[in-house]
Each structure stands twice: as structure tokens, then as C-alpha cells.
Design a protein around this ligand. Structure first.
Ligand SMILES: NC(=O)c1ccc[n+]([C@@H]2O[C@H](COP(=O)([O-])OP(=O)(O)OC[C@H]3O[C@@H](n4cnc5c(N)ncnc54)[C@H](OP(=O)(O)O)[C@@H]3O)[C@@H](O)[C@H]2O)c1
Length: 330
């Protein structure tokens, strides 16, 4: 089946997703939602699509089967809710929702619309290279700890330094370093090791009360995971998972590149595959498969949904620990 795809949000990430969706052969872009007709038309030119809507209701009634939502985080909730009520499948960008209350409401709605599939677009955990990490972790005799680092200077940080408040660093949009970049290593940790027993977040605050960088610590039964992330500086540190004498080193935990396993004799084994050109292709393929083959993929889909909800709860717990409140919090 080829899914008729509608998109919300017209920034570069949506273009990358539409290209991935087309490359998968499972989707065809047919409708664009934008707050401004001209912005939507400009976006549509690259794909020869001129069905542009500024009214969400009309957009959802335009005959699409699935919507990809890449608006600012705080806007996702209402857009996803409306999509589910229209029985549309949803692919929503990370961070999917602002807090667990929002997620609970979405889960209740999904329970009423059983054929609808909703996915949080955490593209890195769908990469073949992530599976390689999972397989290697499963083979390691013992996990003693891990350190995940994802710290990248954002072009939007220039705006912040110039006195502005870019969406991605604003509490108003449920954003900041934690929900924008921290979510990648946090997803990785929870996918690999499960929900931590306790969490702490040492955030470096921005002048607007959101976080520009920070260090989170996840406590598990036998080990701790340290997670460092930020949007106002560049780290060149690798991430690593410690065994006993052995170590798994990951060059980039969000792009899932350069995976090297050092065995007990410190001999290096390169494990990673060459990266896929467009890192959104694997998720586009997997989501299409889960929409089409619902019975066969029911268990995998539930696992993915539970993972997404767990990440949402942990992000909330970390914010509570650091005293970061979003306007979307009740
Ligand atoms: N997976 C990834 O690799 C990746 C990468 C980047 C971003 N993301 C995620 O994608 C989402 C969008 O991020 P972004 O940085 O592109 O955000 P953004 O630039 O702030 O906004 C994205 C789009 O949303 C619409 N928009 C902007 N402000 C809005 C508002 N106040 N109310 C409603 N719509 C608004 C705009 O489209 P129109 O003008 O056409 O309405 C804009 O192009 C976020 O959830 C982010 O975390 C994911």
C-alpha cells in the first residue's frame, strides 16, 4: 500500500522526512499544512504538490492516511489529538508530548481508535547500527556503567546569544537541550537498559528558565549511566558502554555512527555498517510496515509505544528534578 502523506511544519526536517518517505516507496506526499499559504506552496514546489491547507480540519479531511508532524513540541498535542479523532495514522517528531498528562490523554484516545498507529519519530533507534549496539550489549557479560554524550552547537544558539528566544530553546514551546538533544541519548539508554530506578538532572539554565545544557544521571540496579548533552557548545567525546574488561565505544549516539567493540584484550572490532544516506528511511519503512501489518507487528508496536511513553515520563521526572516547568504543565 502507498500511504497518502500529509505534513505539518515546513522546516528542513520535514523535507528530509518526505524524501525518506518517498525513498521507502511506501508514501506519497499529497497535502501540506502550513500557517501561511505561501510557505506551504514554497515547500510543495520541490515535490510538485500544490494542495496546501491553512485550516487543520480541511487538511485532515483532504484524503490523507497518515500525517507527519514536525511543528514545535508544545503544538504536537492538539495536532495529534485531532489527527487521531480523524482516524489518521500519526508520525510525530520528538519530543512527542510535553508531559505525562498529555500522553495519558493520547493513550486514552488511541484506545478508542484501535486501528490508528501513532509513532514518535526517534529515528536513531530504528537504524541498523542501533540494532548492532543492542546485539553487542546483549552479548556482554556484565554492564558496569555507560556515558552518553550528545552536545552540538545549534545555529539557533546564535539567536539566543543575540537576545532572542528561538522556539527550540523556549519553555513556551516545551523545548530546551533536554527535550531537543538529550532525548536521543535518553532514548538510547532506556531502549538498551530499560527504565532507570531513579534519575537526576543537573541543568545549566538559560535566562528564560529552560536548559541550554545539562548532565543527567540514571541509576540502575547495578550501574549508573551518565548522559551529557547541550545546544550551546560542541563536544568531541565518544559515548561508551563499559563491560568488565571490555568496552563498547560509539562515536555518535544520535547518528549511531562508528561503533567499536574493544574486547577483554583491548583488541578493537569495528562493528558499524556504513550509515544510510537519509537517516529517516529506516523509520519510514518500519512505521509503514506497522501500519500495514497491524496483527503481525502488534507486539513490536506496543513496545515502541511503551518506550515512547517511558521516555516522556523520564523527561518529565528530569525536568521536575531541575525545576524546569513548561507552560503546558498543569
Ligand atoms: N528527527 C530529527 O532529526 C529532528 C530534527 C530537527 C527537528 N526535529 C523536531 O521537529 C520539530 C520541529 O522542529 P523545528 O526546529 O523545525 O521547529 P520550528 O522551526 O520552530 O517549527 C517547525 C515548523 O512548525 C511551524 N511553526 C513554527 N512556529 C509555530 C507556532 N508557534 N505554532 C504552530 N506552528 C509553528 C512552522 O511551519 P509553518 O510556518 O509552515 O506553519 C515551522 O516550519 C520538533 O519537534 C523538533 O524536535 C527533529
Amino acid at each position: 500500500m502507498t500511504y497518502k502523506l500529509g505534513i505539518i511544519g515546513t522546516n528542513w526536517i520535514t523535507k528530509q522526512f518526505v524524501e525518506a518517505a518517498h525513498e521507502s516507496g511506501k508514501y506519497e506526499l499529497t497535502a501540506i499544512y502550513s500557517r501561511h499559504t505561501t510557505t506551504g506552496q514554497e515547500f510543495g514546489q520541490d515535490f510538485n504538490v500544490d494542495a496546501v491547507y491553512t485550516d487543520l480540519e480541511e487538511f485532515y479531511n483532504s484524503g490523507i492516511n497518515v500525517v507527519y508532524i514536525a511543528s514545535p513540541n508544545s503544538v504536537h498535542f492538539e495536532q495529534v489529538k485531532a489527527a487521531i479523532k480523524h482516524d489518521l495514522h500519526v508520525i510525530v517528531e520528538k519530543s512527542a508530548f510535553s508531559n505525562p498528562d498529555e500522553y495519558d490523554e493520547i493513550m486514552a484516545l488511541l484506545a478508542e481508535h484501535k486501528d490508528v498507529r501513532m509513532f514518535e519519530a526517534a529515528r536513531h533507534i530504528q537504524q541498523p547500527n542501533f540494532k548492532i549496539i543492542e546485539d553487542q550489549v546483549a552479548k556482554m557479560e556484565k554492564i558496569s556503567g555507560a556515558t552518553f554524550v550528545y552536545e552540538k552547537y545549534s545555529s539557533r544558539f546564535d539567536d539566543y546569544l543575540a537576545g532572542k528566544e528561538p522556539n527550540v530553546l523556549s519553555r513556551k514551546f516545551s523545548a530546551g537541550a533536554l527535550t531537543d538533544l538529550g532525548i536521543y541519548p535518553i532514548y538510547a539508554a532506556i531502549k538498551l537498559f530499560g527504565k532507570p530506578q531513579s534519575t537526576h538532572y543537573f541543568a545549566t539554565p538559560l535566562r528564560n528558565g529552560s536548559d541550554g545544557r545539562g548532565i543527567a544521571i540514571f541509576r540502575y540496579q547495578d550501574f549508573d549511566v551518565t548522559i551529557e548533552f547541550g545546544k550551546g557548545s560542541n563536544s568531541h567525546l565518544d559515548s561508551e558502554i563499559l563491560g568488565l574488561r571490555d568496552t563498547l565505544v560509539i562515536g555518535d549516539i544520535a547518528e549511531v555512527l562508528d561503533i567499536t567493540y574493544y574486547d577483554a584484550d583491548k583488541v578493537a572490532h569495528e562493528l558499524s555498517q556504513a550509515p544510510v544516506d537519509n537517516p529517516m528511511v529506516p523509520e519510514a519503512e518500519i512505521f509503514a510496515d506497522m501500519m500495514t501489518n497491524q496483527a503481525e507487528t502488534a507486539e513490536e508496536y506496543q513496545k515502541l509505544l511503551t518506550l515512547s511513553q517511558t521516555v516522556n515520563q523520564v523527561l518529565f521526572d528530569l525536568r521536575q528534578d531541575a525545576g524546569i516547568v513548561f507552560p503546558a504543565d498543569k
